[in-house]
Design a protein around this ligand. Structure first.
Ligand code: 3HC
Ligand code: NAI
Length: 688
């Protein structure tokens, strides 16, 4: 075997040349890999003893795409198009041998091979859209030529990873070879191609099927809501439209649109988010040497809104759950909701009935806390009340086996105080799930003063096991997410008190990219959370709405009026209440610009995020962004509040905060960290 360079080997197996890439972790198309491919193919093509060429990768995967970390940097190494030209025009058949994931540029390399073989566990896809991009190495022109326009639209706008079997059925993979025998299988396939004199198939020579104007019009219409605000899906669609042009013309469209996305702010934000989510896994004082605790059984206390959703995460991962309630009817209701959720998923064809029963089979209910004695992890999801939580943890301390992780799902309460009600605060941690807990990807992992390293490390790992993005945060009121949310809520209310209407505030935040504004959100959640008739004093707009039985969508009215289909309409009743409040408090309502609404709701969040960093309640600015993108619907193409602050420039953020501080007081006072970074001309990205 000859080394082409540090990441590429070339060997001859009889008359088959095998080019092997080995560039951990994912064989991304770095300069070294491109050079290796270029030189490897050149050598194999020039070697007269070689009749066919196999491209294969060592390690966990085939090429997983362009090297995203190189984007925006200096261009080095061979050009990818030059590599692809050489492969496609090779006079000897080229076979790509796929395992793991052939994604993005990886699949685009495979698509210039004359044939593709894969093991059944492999997956292929063009996920560039999720990085705010489109496939920029011919994928937009070649994929539709194989799978047709309709499937290409689905694949490229979702970024889906298609399993090898389905890829085989679509013609993307020519043959499946036995798991674990990829190298032998690919070599045998290459020999067969030569022996049987198969043609050198070039995808570029094929016609695109089904690219009708109606297809594109219908697809845009059906997905308008999903793609709102994003540039990349539309650009991917345009490239597929252009695949009906002669190949080289289509390639020009792809190039132009790719460059536009690549140099624009949306892709920069989405690439930032990709790395932010991965950075969140890294905890400076917790290395691989920290022992992981076994989590083979889970107990959940409380079968309410959160307890049920939390349980489903573990059942989905095949981990048995015992759920404890106070009364039989609450338990029955909780278990019933879980079953109903699974049955609804099954009715939509996304789960088999067998899988429903299998998951329900892992779930048991109980009215006795003692039944949790043998659980490895116990998550408390009872009412948000410190006394109740302390009582529960006090009892758990006596019941749980030594070493069990004791977690609370509290939204705001002090995890250290909860931990202090046990004799083992090192075992206590916050696992803050977001509603609906079986759906939302975020898990805030709240590290208490005394939480042990194994408990933290196990919780981070567990987040991955159940498909969540875990972010480590410190103890403070509302942790990272809710703490920042409350600064936005305070301003949303203040704006309404000064003359903005709830639907104005909501519209501005919706247009910014949130799925809904704060008032629509309150209507959805119910205005009466934490409200009681007895204690209501008609002193806030919300209280008055609740007193009038306008408690949100569930009562047909809240801040908005709702029709039978739950469509929201601005409400004259709410408008009058707001006007009466203003009159009674001597406020002269004024016109408030959209710009002011945006700045006053968003900039205080950036400021609060800075305070969180200052206090060390988050490890890094990108962790704060990961919380907001995954837990609160912050538009991913704006990267998160801290990235957004950076993109505005922190000097501007400070200037605008001071402007509002002059008018509305110290709520807007920029934090010391923000002032410092702004003065130094730096951003949060410069924090180490
Ligand atoms: N470039 C650079 N680094 C990458 C990378 C890439 N394309 N893909 C993954 N990595 C790195 C990750 O940052 C991570 O690094 P770390 O260990 O230092 O944090 C490491 O590889 C492992 O990644 P994951 O933790 O995500 O590992 P998983 O096993 O969970 O997932 C994966 C593997 C499915 C390949 C996933 O990493 C992934 O989806 N990667 C991105 C794939 C992608 O988007 N490809 C398209 C790139 S754009 C492109 O190709 C443009 C072209 O059209 C011109
Ligand atoms: P919920 O009121 O829907 O459910 C709480 C359940 O706990 C009830 O069914 C109650 O009967 C049960 N319960 C109370 N004391 C108990 C005890 N001693 N033993 C066993 N069961 C007991 O409340 P929800 O919304 O599920 O909230 C639970 C916790 O999750 C709270 O701490 C809340 O702050 C937190 N949380 C809530 C979110 C939400 O959106 N609802 C989001 C994130 C966290």
């Amino acid at each position: 075997m000859a080394a082409i360079n540090s990441v590429t080997d070339l060997s001859n197996e009889g008359d088959v040349a095998v080019i092997t890439l080995n560039s951990p972790p994912v064989n991304a198309l770095s300069a070294g890999v491109r050079d290796g491919l270029y030189e490897g193919f050149k050598a194999a093509i020039a070697d007269d003893s070689v009749k066919s060429i196999v491209l294969i990768c060592d390690g966990r995967t085939f090429i997983a795409g362009a090297d995203i970390s190189e984007f925006g940097g200096e261009r080095k190494g061979a050009d990818l198009p030059a590599v692809q030209d050489m492969m496609e025009n090779s006079p000897k058949p080229v076979v790509a041998a796929i395992h793991g994931t052939a994604l993005g540029g990886g699949l685009e390399v495979a698509l210039v091979a004359h044939y593709r073989v894969a093991v059944p566990s492999a997956k292929v896809g063009l996920p560039e859209v999720n990085l705010g991009l489109l496939p920029g190495a011919g994928g937009t022109q070649r994929l539709p030529r194989i799978v047709g326009a309709a499937k290409a639209l689905d694949m490229m706008t979702s970024g889906a990873h298609v399993p090898a079997k389905a890829a085989n059925a679509m013609g993307l993979v020519d043959e499946l070879v036995e798991e674990g025998k990829l190298r032998e299988g690919a070599i045998a396939f290459a020999k067969k191609v030569v022996a049987e004199n198969w043609p050198l198939k070039k995808v570029r020579d094929r016609e695109v099927a089904g690219a009708t104007p109606e297809l594109f019009a219908d697809f845009r219409k059906a997905n308008a809501r999903k793609f709102r605000g994003f540039l990349a899906p539309e650009y991917n669609i345009r490239c597929i439209e252009a695949s009906t042009l002669p190949f080289d013309e289509g390639m020009k469209v792809e190039r132009k649109l790719f460059m536009e996305l690549m140099t624009g702010p949306q892709s920069a934000a989405q690439r930032y988010v990709f790395f932010a989510e991965r950075a969140a896994n890294k905890i400076p004082d917790i290395g691989d040497d920290v022992e992981l605790l076994p989590v083979k059984s889970v107990g959940v206390i409380g079968a309410g809104t959160m307890g049920g959703g939390i349980s489903m995460n573990f059942l989905n991962a095949g981990i048995p759950v015992k759920i404890v309630e106070m009364k039989q009817d609450a338990l029955d209701r909780g278990l019933g909701v879980i079953r109903k959720n699974y049955e609804n998923t099954a009715a939509k064809g996304r789960l088999t009935l067998e899988a429903v029963e299998q998951r329900m089979g892992l779930l048991t209910g109980s009215l006795a806390l003692e039944d949790l004695a043998d659980c490895d992890l116990i998550i408390e999801a009872v009412f948000e009340n410190m006394d109740i939580k302390k009582e529960v943890f006090g009892k758990l301390d006596a019941i749980a086996k030594p070493g069990a992780i004791l977690a609370t799902n509290t939204s705001y309460l002090n995890v250290d105080e909860i931990a202090a009600s046990t004799s083992r605060p090192e075992s206590v941690i916050g696992l803050h799930f977001f509603s609906p807990a079986n759906v939302m990807r975020l898990l805030e992992i709240v590290r208490g003063d005394k939480t042990s390293k194994p408990v933290v490390a196990t919780s981070m790992k567990l987040a991955k096991t159940i498909g969540k993005v875990g972010v480590l945060v410190g103890v403070c009121n509302g942790f990272v997410g809710n703490r920042m949310l409350s600064s936005r809520q305070i301003q949303a209310q203040a704006l309404v008190a000064e003359g903005a209407m709830p639907w104005d505030v909501d519209r501005v935040l919706y247009d910014f990219g949130f799925p809904m504004g704060p008032f629509a959100m309150s209507d959805l959640a119910g205005l009466d959370i934490g409200w009681s008739k007895e204690k209501s004093s008609s002193s806030t707009i919300r209280e008055v709405l609740c007193e009038m039985d306008r408690r949100g969508q569930k009562t047909g009215a809240g801040y908005y009026d709702y029709d039978e289909k739950r469509n929201a309409k601005p409400s004259p009743v709410t408008e009058q209440i707001i006007k009466d409040f203003a009159a009674n408090s001597g406020v002269n309502p004024r016109e408030i610009s959209d710009e002011e609404i945006l700045e006053r709701t968003i900039l205080p969040m950036v400021n609060e995020g800075a305070k969180i960093l200052e206090e060390g309640k988050a490890l890094r600015a990108s962790d704060v962004d990961t919380v907001w993108v995954n837990g609160y619907g912050w538009p991913v193409y704006r990267g998160g509040p801290m990235h957004y602050g950076d993109s505005l420039g922190l000097a501007k953020v400070v200037e605008r905060l001071k402007h509002y501080q002059d008018k509305h007081g110290d709520f807007f006072k920029p934090s010391a960290l923000l002032e410092k970074l702004a003065a130094e001309g730096k951003g949060f990205k410069d924090l180490k």
